[in-house]
Design a protein around this ligand. Structure first.
Ligand SMILES: Cc1cc2nc3c(=O)[nH]c(=O)nc-3n(C[C@H](O)[C@H](O)[C@H](O)COP(=O)(O)OP(=O)(O)OC[C@H]3O[C@@H](n4cnc5c(N)ncnc54)[C@H](O)[C@@H]3O)c2cc1C
Length: 351
């Protein structure tokens, strides 16, 4: 083939890259010279996903995240990974380069915008489900305690019921929180005066470099709906909780009362993402929103729940845009009426 025929091919090659197996970062750094012409490569060219075949779990493209959030809202993830094990996560973290990464638990504290999440979304919904223990271990203490080691993908409600079966107290009030252990640790999830941070002994995560790291309780700091880690990033894979030995019947009763109360006060049969706002000090966000006359207010198909004013419900085909407009409207109204700034509890991700 003549040199003239090759020329357009080579220029196209320089613009799009040779495809699999080459890391985007290094390709973008320098312009290429092809047949004496300097070619500046496009910044938006597809990053390299050539390593995805090494993932043993499931890899999906353009997965709609509305199927993975409790409020049933959210556009697609470019790449959606259901890892099989920690090795999959290490592969991903070591190869992803500059590709953005978002970790999804049960999606119960999350609003994904309508155009979805660029890069990779990893869902721990179908892995890291193992619970080890209880191991009774009471070092020099009077009250008997036990350690439970739970994978990040275990549902908190399941873990609370599991602990109750062994007469272990400490997380029975968390039984109605529909998140995963991983999500609960990030959010320091809590209810009725109990927070998961109260019982955490250690947390194991895979660092952004793909290394396994165990953090002890004293390396973490827990505050209202927030856990601070010594460094950002990584993927939580496991946590060890220290629970006290209690009275099994009493634990079960507390759990039942708690679950009944929630079903009476929260809109559990309609898609939602839990409390939208944190409670301001000394007050309740729901009380303020209700007092501002906002119950039932809607934008599109997103509405302030009639059952609990701190919940926004998806009445059918709500979009993230509807939900965000409603959130902003609530914040403005409460600010105008009471001078209180409502801080969001839910996480908003994507574009
Ligand atoms: C009906 C209802 C009731 C609720 N009641 C309560 C309540 O009483 N108390 C309360 O605290 N919350 C409540 N929530 C909110 C929610 O359930 C909790 O915040 C829960 O802990 C979120 O867990 P998740 O697995 O769904 O996390 P997601 O919503 O999937 O994610 C939350 C955050 O954690 C990160 N994340 C998740 N897993 C990991 C991981 N393995 N490693 C690193 N990062 C991770 C995500 O990237 C995201 O930033 C409620 C929600 C609903 C829908």
């Amino acid at each position: 083939m003549s040199r003239e025929l090759w020329k357009p091919r080579l220029i196209r090659w320089a613009n799009t890259g040779p495809g699999r197996g080459i890391v985007l970062r290094t390709r973008l750094e320098l312009p290429k010279t092809v047949l004496g012409r300097k070619i500046l490569q496009r910044k938006n060219m597809n990053p390299s996903y050539s390593w995805l075949h090494k993932i043993k779990g499931e890899v999906r493209r353009d997965e709609l995240l509305s199927a993975h959030t409790s409020i049933r809202v959210g556009g697609p993830a470019d790449i959606f990974i259901l890892p099989r094990d920690a090795a999959d996560l290490q592969t991903l973290l070591r190869h992803r380069g500059e590709i953005p990464l978002f970790i999804l638990g049960e999606g119960s504290n999350l609003l994904v915008r309508d155009r979805g999440i660029r890069g990779i979304v990893v869902s721990l919904k179908e892995s890291f489900k193992t619970i080890h223990g209880p191991h009774f271990d009471t070092p020099g203490e009077e009250e008997p305690t036990a350690l439970l080691r739970a994978g990040a993908g275990v549902k908190l409600s399941y873990l609370a019921k599991y602990a109750a079966r062994f007469g272990l107290t400490g997380i029975e009030r968390l039984a109605g929180i529909p998140g995963s252990v991983g999500g609960a640790l990030i959010m320091n999830a809590g209810a009725e005066g109990t927070e998961i941070g109260d019982v955490v002994e250690s947390v194991t995560r895979i660092t952004p470099d793909g290394e396994m790291e165990t953090l002890n309780r004293d390396q973490l700091s827990f505050s209202y709906r927030k856990t601070v880690f010594p460094s950002e990033g990584g993927i939580i894979v496991e946590a060890t909780l220290r629970l006290k030995k209690g009275n099994a019947a009493k634990i079960q009763e507390t759990m039942d009362t708690h679950l009944t109360r929630r079903s009476q006060t929260q809109p559990l049969t309609v898609p939602n993402s839990g409390s939208i706002f944190k409670n301001p000090p000394g007050d309740a966000a729901g009380r303020l929103i209700e007092a501002a006359g906002l119950k039932g207010t809607r934008f599109g198909q997103a509405a302030v729940s009639l059952k609990h004013a701190n919940f926004i419900v998806n009445q059918g085909q709500a979009t993230a845009r509807d939900v965000i407009r409603l959130i902003e409207h609530i914040q403005e109204t409460v600010r105008e009426k009471f001078g209180t700034e409502l801080e969001r509890e839910i996480i908003i991700a994507g574009e």
